[in-house]
Ligand binder design. Structure first.
Ligand code: UDP
Length: 233
């Protein structure tokens, strides 16, 4: 059982795959799945992306360092939205960020983060790494280590890591467990190299799972075999 986890959600969790904005039905689903792990008292941190608004590289007419700032602000919008949906459903939560000064966002300070986690709040980290040219996967790896998480869980639409894209190829093999080195050397697209290497340096296990399979998150925190585990051996 992992007692303290960092959950990385793609922005599209809020909108539905390939869509923009927010979708009410999706909100109900992720709230229910997150509630299951709070109900057994797991400490939860969340990093959410902004794919339902902007991903820097999709804004072709902009310099990447400009476009990425829109992406980072998108993660703040999503984090405030997420906090409010969770709270409407009785789950105490708080948003931390270094990139904005807004009344519902707290400045990122380790002692505050710890106080809120220990008092049962879901802690949402907004604004990515605070730098353009990075992704929210890298932010998830950083924040996971900063909050002393025992595992980084990346919630995706596929049930783990495959040797080839299962949407394109039929002769694919799913990995139950792989090493950080293998994930980096095979250039597996599921997370970027920066995130894998931060986790490797800090010996933080990663679980990649299909968030849309009911109870998969709950099973992962309980240590049941689900998705793909990335670790040192
Ligand atoms: N971003 C950034 N720095 C960060 C994290 C994110 O510049 O540290 C920007 C970048 O443009 C990225 C966007 O925010 O494309 C949204 O993040 P991401 O693509 O990781 O979102 P997801 O695909 O998980 O929804």
């Amino acid at each position: 059982m992992y007692k303290r986890v960092l959950l990385k959600l793609s922005g599209e969790i809020l909108s539905g795959e390939g869509k923009k904005g927010f979708d009410e039905k999706n909100s109900q689903y992720f709230t229910q799945e997150i509630k299951k792990i709070r109900d057994i008292d797991i400490n939860v941190g969340i990093v959410i992306g902004a794919g339902n608004f902007f991903r820097g590289k999709e804004l072709k007419d902009f310099k990447i360092q400009i476009a990425d700032q829109l992406g980072m602000l998108g993660t703040v919008i999503n984090s405030i939205f997420l906090k409010n949906v969770l709270e409407k459903n009785g789950l105490k939560s708080v948003v931390f960020s270094k990139i904005v000064d807004l009344p519902s966002v707290m400045p990122l300070r380790y002692d505050l983060v710890e106080d809120y986690i220990s008092s049962g709040h879901i802690v949402i980290f907004a604004g990515g790494t605070s730098n353009p040219l990075f992704t929210t996967d890298t932010a998830a790896a950083l924040r996971a280590i900063e909050m002393d998480a025992e595992v980084l869980i990346k919630a995706t639409k596929v049930d783990g890591i495959y040797n080839k894209d299962p949407k394109i190829f039929s002769d694919v093999v799913k990995y139950d467990r792989i090493t950080y080195e293998q994930a980096i050397s095979e250039q597996l697209k599921v997370m970027d190299t920066e995130s894998f290497s931060i986790c490797e340096r800090n010996n933080l296990p990663i679980i990649i799972l299909n968030f849309f399979e009911e109870d998969s998150l709950l099973k992962a925190v309980k240590g049941e075999k689900v998705g793909t585990l990335v670790c040192d051996k």
